[in-house]
Design a protein around this ligand. Structure first.
Ligand code: UT7
Length: 314
């Protein structure tokens, strides 16, 4: 099967920024604890004046389309990875189609795979692009996690932030593309009962998720390297799901000498779930780090439990 190319990315963040200090006024925590356990200094949160999962997704998508310099009506697929959609139905993706003013000849749906959602979305887009008559797929990770976070639970509320990242993909036979994904049916480690239930908040066994994450990320990277018969010398960047700086630090230790290839931007964003990898890709593009020919490993994990690793060539 042909590879895919990322034409451009975009990101959108809410206006309101919540520092650790701000959080310590509403829950029993402190800046030192949060920084030392997670590497997080602050996170963005929808401000209650109309910012939502949909508006963030639309804003990120508009930036990606503008940078890609494409006719938006050449997009045949809108896929939004999210766990915090505005509505049970319609999907966020359908509202993105409306807000972008696209014609009706486009497939639009949301994908539920928690923090792994964007990576799963990338694989789904690649598969569907082969059957589409239009050349581009718009894949978005968008989260308004603040809707489903319990701000009295200091074990979770310090971690998560709102935001969206978007990418435009197209098929390209000259590009390397590889992806492997896993699922381990598990509800205990990380779950949210959801709309209409008594408890609509994210609940997490932090230590269990931490242990799983370190193993899953390392397994993902090793699998990409082994199955493509390459080494870390062939890779320019590793973009991990930004869940906790300490998780990424643990994984880095398993790839001695290559620590500087691991991109980190969690400090000011927190864990934005499905949005974390596309936002990281966008930040790398903005820094001018992702020119043509660069090879990156994207690796993510999340509730499900799910995890996925991909090799992408720019
Ligand atoms: O996208 C996937 C999302 N999830 C993750 O990536 C989660 C992965 N796990 C983690 O990031 C970490 O487990 C946490 C950051 C959530 C927690 O760190 P930890 O080192 O596992 O702390 P802990 O839950 O074992 O708690 C240690 C202590 C406890 O106090 P005692 O019992 O030792 O007195 C907690 O009550 O720290 C206390 N604590 C806090 N103290 C201040 C827990 N949360 C806080 C807090 N501020 N926010």
């Amino acid at each position: 099967m042909e590879g895919i190319r990322i034409l451009a990315t975009g990101k959108a963040l809410p206006k309101r920024y919540i520092s650790n200090e701000d959080l310590s006024k509403i829950v029993d925590t402190n800046d030192e604890w949060i920084r030392s356990r997670t590497g997080i200094e602050g996170r963005y949160q929808c401000d209650g004046t109309g910012e939502t999962c949909i508006t963030l997704a639309v804003a990120a998508a508009k930036k990606a389309i503008e940078k890609a310099k494409i006719d938006a009506n050449d997009i045949g697929l809108i896929l939004v990875a999210t766990s915090s959609a505005d509505y049970a139905l319609p999907s966020v993706a359908c509202m993105v189609q409306k807000e972008l003013g696209l014609d009706e000849e486009v497939m639009s749906f949301d994908l539920s795979a928690a923090c792994t959602g964007f990576l799963y979305g990338m694989g789904v887009a690649r598969g569907l692009l082969h059957f589409m008559t239009k050349p581009y797929a718009l894949v978005i990770g968008s989260e308004q996690l603040s809707r489903i976070i319990d701000y009295t639970d200091r074990g979770t509320c310090i971690l998560f932030g709102d935001g969206a990242g978007a990418a435009i993909f197209t098929l390209d036979e000259k590009k390397t593309f590889y992806q492997k994904s896993w699922t381990r049916g598990n509800k205990e480690a990380l779950y949210c009962e959801g709309t209409g239930r008594e408890d609509q908040h994210v609940r997490m066994d932090g230590k269990a998720v931490f242990r799983f994450a370190v193993t899953a990320l390392a397994q993902g990277i090793h699998t990409v390297l082994e199955e493509n018969e390459i080494t870390m010398d062939d890779i320019d960047y590793v973009v991990c799901h930004q869940a906790n700086m300490r998780i990424i630090d643990h994984v880095k230790k398993k790839f001695k000498g290559y620590e500087n290839k691991f991109f980190i931007n969690i400090e000011s964003l927190g864990n934005t779930s499905a949005a974390s990898i596309p936002i990281a890709l966008n930040d790398l593009f903005d820094q001018g780090a992702l020119c043509k020919g660069k090879k990156i490993i994207c690796v993510g994990f999340g509730a499900g439990l799910t995890w996925s690793a991909a090799l992408v060539e720019l």
